[in-house]
Ligand binder design. Structure first.
Ligand SMILES: *[C@@H]1O[C@H](CO)[C@@H](O)[C@H](O)[C@H]1NC(C)=O
Ligand SMILES: *[C@@H]1O[C@H](CO)[C@@H](O)[C@H](O)[C@H]1NC(C)=O
Ligand SMILES: *[C@@H]1O[C@H](CO)[C@@H](O)[C@H](O)[C@H]1NC(C)=O
Length: 616
């Protein structure tokens, strides 16, 4: 093969095939060291998420290697343009042998003859993927296995049985420049050095659990204490990786070595995987309950890393601006551990509600404008904050509040407070409809009547309803939550529809809503007076029916108290957490039952409104 040199690869991209959880971290690793990285993924949502992940994290990756000139990641749908000039292609496609064989056959044809082709497979030898490539190409194929940068920087390299000897020192140096810790296996092996040892540890841990000798908590505690510096024990790490993947990998060893399956594969399959409890990614927990693997670094010894933690997006109203408060609102994006806030968009006029669609690569938000004037608007931008567009123009909505994206039907729902209505439109703002009209905002007594003010909104597609709040005057105890059918009854209008039900009444001052369809629960923030107000609340959807007065209210739960003018609310269903904001400058995280309050952002001079999140 042609000689490898730094000169020969200069200006050429690194291509990463697969923009999933690992693929986007590999892409960020190389981009942070100054390379242009081509991320190829057939799924648009994965491409958006991968590019957004790199934008959000590249600065912190680059800081760890003191790189002052990081590169960037570019997304590709098609394989050929993504790999054409690359000096290396890192394959991170799903762990299915046939897909890997076809991928290497394509890469042999589409890449330059000095391009190094690296497989990320840990359980197949790359020798098994060479069915359709010629002997010359085999010399530039190798196996590289990344653990999970940035938290774990080990990369193992291994021959496919034919790899040119010169490839290893060259690749090791490039990885070291990226701040990675490469090690080279001395011969081909099913499973790399670490993976083999790790497989044995997992096997014995699972057997200990399966036999009922110990619990995940005790086992991990012993581990963390014995192997000092270890942040997590094997059980938490298995949850972070995913129990389905643990089963999948163990099946290879079972096949290769004729191992028994009772206490490993079968134990996990029957007790966890068959029930959908796959660990951190599943929302149903794994060896540990849901949310355990996203405890942020340093918080407790038992966490793994933040692999399954969301990125938070929230609105800063700009109340601390020195002069022009009416143009001081902004959208901030931040990791759930509270690190590295980035302002995505600024110069907003009292923004209130926001939501995100990774699939469409866009963020949507409302601007209240001057509350007493008919000058509200709705805007949207790309995930990186660029391409800000007005999708509902100033004055087509009076004072818009909470906004949500209905991903299933590609609709935006939002409430219009002084406009006295609930509205819906397409994601580009077209087909704006009024769903509920509570009065005529042009009539002064009506627009000022806070009993008519619509604020929070949520949709229950499963049962065909939308829910909204009408908060009443500040701290007045006249707040209500209503619902109506997604489909307007025929012959009726937003002003006279007959299907509106009052499901809760006499609340201190309910604000934002969210429904967890799977759990069958409605959650809301309330900014009224303590002890019932300034709380987070939930109620079972199944118990809701029309009520005439507060004594008929169904029993609901106050999950958390003592917030400082509670506003925004978003559920992280994957980790079973609640995120909430308040006007007192806090972003909080709670467990889904309201326990374990943690202040993610603590900024007393600021005021926050809407919040949303994405797992990227
Ligand atoms: C290789 O990458 C793919 C895509 O990110 C992932 O599904 C698979 O689990 C990875 N394999 C290993 C062994 O890391
Ligand atoms: C801020 O937004 C207003 C419109 O709301 C616009 O007229 C103005 O030019 C913007 N200023 C900056 C600095 O972008
Ligand atoms: C609702 O209003 C529409 C339009 O004014 C009218 O045609 C319809 O009969 C009304 N329906 C009811 C139930 O009042």
């Amino acid at each position: 093969m042609p000689e490898l040199s730094v000169e020969a690869i200069k200006g050429r991209p690194v291509a990463v095939l697969g923009g999933g959880v690992l693929g986007r971290r590999i892409a960020c690793t190389w981009a942070a060291a100054g390379y242009t990285v081509h991320v190829r993924d057939p799924s648009e949502e994965q491409r958006n998420a991968a590019i957004h992940y790199v934008e959000q994290n590249i600065a912190s990756y680059a800081k760890t290697i003191s790189c002052s000139n990081p590169g960037k990641a570019i997304a590709f749908e098609d394989l050929e343009p993504a790999v054409k000039d690359a000096w290396t292609v890192i394959e991170a496609v799903p762990e299915k042998l046939q897909i890997k064989i076809e991928t290497f056959a394509d890469l042999a044809k589409m890449t330059r003859e000095d391009c190094l082709l690296a497989s990320n497979s840990s359980s197949y030898k790359s020798g098994e993927m060479l069915d359709k490539v010629d002997d010359v190409t085999k010399r530039r194929i190798l196996n590289t296995h990344y653990m999970m940068p940035p938290d774990n920087r080990i990369v193992e390299l291994m021959t496919d049985g034919f790899t040119d000897e010169a490839v290893f020192p060259f690749y090791v140096e490039r990885l070291q420049e990226c701040g990675m810790s490469p090690i080279v296996a001395h011969r081909e092996s099913a499973g790399f050095v670490f993976n083999r040892i790790w497989a044995a540890i997992k096997r014995e841990c699972l057997t200990v659990l399966s036999e009922g000798v110990s619990t995940p908590e005790e086992l991990d505690r012993v581990w963390v204490e014995m192997f000092s510096g270890g942040k997590a024990g094997p059980c938490a790490m298995m949850d972070a990786v995913g129990l389905d993947t643990v089963v999948f990998i163990e099946q290879h060893y079972v096949k290769e070595r004729g191992l028994p399956t009772k206490d490993t594969v079968d134990f996990l399959q029957h007790n966890y995987v068959d029930k959908g409890a796959l660990g951190g990614k599943s929302g149903k927990g794994g060896l540990y309950p849901a949310g355990y693997t996203t405890k942020s670094t340093g918080e407790e010894s038992g966490h793994h890393d933040n692999l399954h933690a969301p990125t938070l997006y929230y609105l800063d109203l700009g109340m601390n601006a020195k002069d022009d408060i009416m143009h001081a609102g902004k959208i901030v994006a931040q990791s759930a551990s509270g690190k590295e806030p980035r302002t995505l968009v600024s110069n907003l006029t009292l923004p209130d509600g926001l939501d995100i669609s990774v699939k469409d690569n866009r963020i949507y938000w409302t601007n209240m404008g001057v509350p007493s004037e008919n000058d509200g608007s709705i805007q949207s931008c790309k995930l990186d904050g660029s391409d800000v567009k007005e999708i509902i123009k100033k004055g087509d909505v009076h004072t818009p509040k909470q906004l949500i994206v209905d991903q299933k039907n590609n609709k935006l729902y939002f409430c219009d407070r002084e406009g006295l209505r609930v509205m819906r439109c397409n994601l580009d703002g077209s087909d704006q409809e009024t769903l509920v009209q509570r009065g005529d905002w042009k009539v002064k007594e009506e627009t000022q009547d806070s009993l008519r003010w619509c604020v929070g909104i949520s949709v229950d597609n499963k049962h065909g309803y939308f829910y909204w709040t009408q908060k009443g005057a500040s701290k007045a105890g006249k707040g209500r939550i209503f619902r109506a059918k997604l489909q307007l009854p025929s012959g009726e209008t937003a002003a006279n529809r007959s299907d509106i039900e009052t499901v809760l009444t006499g609340l201190p001052e309910p604000i934002d809503l969210e429904i967890d369809e799977e759990a069958g629960k409605l959650f809301w923030t309330d900014r009224g007076d303590p002890p019932m107000g300034n709380t987070i609340n939930s109620v079972d959807l199944s118990g809701l029916t029309h009520v005439e007065d507060a004594s008929d209210n169904p029993k609901y739960n106050i999950l958390a108290r003592n917030m400082h003018e509670a506003i925004g609310l978003k559920l992280d269903k994957k980790n079973q957490h609640i995120y909430a904001t308040d006007m007192g400058g806090f972003v909080y995280r709670f467990d889904i039952d309201g326990e374990n309050k943690k202040r993610v952002v603590d900024a007393e001079d600021r005021s926050f409104s809407g919040i949303t999140l994405a797992h990227v």
